[in-house]
Design a protein around this ligand. Structure first.
Ligand SMILES: Cc1cc2nc3c(=O)[nH]c(=O)nc-3n(C[C@H](O)[C@H](O)[C@H](O)COP(=O)(O)OP(=O)(O)OC[C@H]3O[C@@H](n4cnc5c(N)ncnc54)[C@H](O)[C@@H]3O)c2cc1C
Length: 472
């Protein structure tokens, strides 16, 4: 059995490759390293039940492919993927590395299937991802279970509830990691390190350094374990940072969601069907600017910029069944004034905002799957598509807060997924994959499914390179 206890003598041996983390990036690295013949230990902060960090919550992965498949409705070329990445990041990406990742992503779908993962056709609704993104059959958790099964079958050892709390690194060379397991500290030596321990999104104190007190009102969509401990240790020990620490993936999620781990079911995909107001009952952004998959990831930051970091999506009955339902039911009322009362908003102000919006709506042919001609005129900010009057009772609202998915500040890497030191030299035996190095590809912005691409592609490369490194 590949699962270890911290008192196992095996722990004291010097491993070829130590993988820190237990999500997609870590498991891809562990499997790739093991397939190269390395002895591999994975140390995961979470318990076995909660293993796999944010990967547990995922649904799909974006990979380039030249033709339709059983699952994907058409080709998605390397160039198109690159154009999409360029657009969402506004050019803030390492072009060489990003293009390399995209090229390698072509190989990922068959490789992931070889590791036991299964795909299913795209979900519908406002996602529009059927051509570009492969959905995991059974979701991220089932994907992870398949990876763990394969890793264990190959002989990868896994230690749960074993967060890395310190690293012994000198002159770009990793020697050992200190882990804490059930209150006891252990030193684990290895010839090479793969850091795949996520970003620092669950570390509110660290977020506050850049966002100030407003970070107290952020909800963390994924694991409480991604506190950036390993990232910070590496940066403190001379690894070059990459990325703006305020940049992250953040969406609007139901304000009633738990502080951590609410997952995908607390996300709200109905912004395009209504209007969004702040606690002063004022609109603040064009809700119909572009198709939802291209805009959903800006709403976390938009809400973060509002007073008390709260906002309300307001819509009426015709829209109620047009989007994917979320965990919590919407707040319902027979009139706008009654809705305002339930939301504790100023009723006159909300009525005035809705009336002003309704008066500005121009007639058009509503179609939420295209950039339709339903828009407002003479309104600031405008709603440029899918603008329909909010006039049919009952009326509905969802309160929303910024839901932070993952941060982009990371360790700089080269195309071997090898960390780069502040001196400009490559680290001798340290590699990184996944969120912890996502800033190399994502300077800002996001396109759905890229998180898993970054983890899988660089995870596989990091594992392979770490194994080769250990061998030599
Ligand atoms: C709700 C939600 C939905 C998402 N949906 C998608 C999607 O459909 N498609 C997509 O591409 N992306 C999606 N993402 C983003 C995606 O989850 C991440 O990009 C991806 O999972 C990152 O993989 P990773 O292995 O780097 O990190 P994780 O999967 O988060 O793994 C990090 C691991 O490190 C462990 N860890 C942390 N600190 C330590 C430590 N000190 N010692 C040891 N272990 C440690 C954690 O326990 C965890 O197991 C979603 C994220 C969320 C939160």
């Amino acid at each position: 059995m590949a699962e270890l206890r911290a008192d196992d003598a095996e722990l004291a041996t010097r491993w070829d490759v130590l993988v820190v983390g237990g999500g997609n990036a870590a498991l891809c690295a562990a499997i790739a390293a093991r397939r190269e013949g390395a002895s591999v230990l994975v140390v995961e902060a979470a318990s076995k039940f909660y293993r796999g960090g944010n990967t547990r919550h995922t649904r799909n992965m974006r990979c380039a492919h030249d033709s339709a498949t059983e699952i994907l409705t058409g080709p998605y070329t390397e160039d198109e993927f690159w154009e999409d990445l360029l657009r969402v990041t506004g050019g803030e990406t390492d072009e060489q590395l990003a293009r390399y990742m995209i090229r390698e992503s072509k190989d990922m779908l068959p490789w992931i299937v070889e590791q036991g993962v299964r795909f299913q056709p795209s979900l519908g609704g406002t996602l529009s991802l059927g051509r570009t993104n492969s959905f995991f059959l059974g979701g991220g958790r089932s994907m992870l279970n398949a990876l763990y099964r394969t890793a264990e079958r190959l002989g990868v050892a896994v230690l749960y509830e074993a967060p890395a709390v310190d690293l012994d690194v000198a002159d770009g060379q990793f020697r050992s990691a200190t882990i804490e397991h059930k209150g006891i500290r252990r030193t684990i030596a290895a010839k090479a390190l793969v850091a795949a321990a996520g970003g620092f999104e669950a570390n509110i104190e660290w977020l506050k350094q850049y966002w100030g007190e407003v970070a107290e009102n952020f909800l963390i969509r994924g694991t409480p374990n991604n506190r950036g401990t390993v990232l910070k240790l590496l940066l403190d020990k001379g690894v070059a940072p990459i990325g703006d620490p305020t940049q992250c993936h953040a969406v609007a999620i139901d304000a009633r969601a738990p502080k951590f781990d609410g997952g995908i079911i607390t996300r709200l995909d109905c912004v395009v069907f209504g209007i969004v107001v702040n606690k002063e009952a004022q609109r603040f952004y064009d809700e119909g600017e572009d198709l939802w998959p291209k805009r959903y990831a800006i709403w976390g930051r938009l809400v973060a910029a509002q007073p008390d970091q709260i906002a309300y999506i307001i819509f009426d009955t015709p829209s109620l069944r047009m989007f994917m339902p979320s965990l919590y039911p919407p707040i319902e009322a027979p009139s706008i004034a009654a809705l305002a009362a339930k939301l504790e908003l100023d009723a006159a102000a909300l009525e005035a905002t809705v009336a002003g919006f309704n008066a500005a709506v121009r007639p058009g042919d509503f179609d939420h799957t295209i950039l339709d001609d339903c828009r407002t005129e003479g309104l600031t900010p405008p709603k440029t598509h899918w603008a329909r009057r909010i006039e049919t009772a009952p009326f509905y609202a969802y309160p929303v807060r910024p839901g932070i998915t993952f941060t982009y500040l990371g360790t700089r890497v080269n195309r071997e997924a090898r960390m780069m030191m502040k001196s400009g030299a490559p680290a001798s035996n340290m590699f990184a994959a996944g969120e912890i190095m996502s800033g190399n590809v994502l300077g800002r912005g996001y396109a759905a499914g890229i998180g898993m691409t970054i983890g899988s592609v660089f995870g596989r490369i990091a594992g392979r390179e770490a194994a080769l490194n250990a061998r030599h």
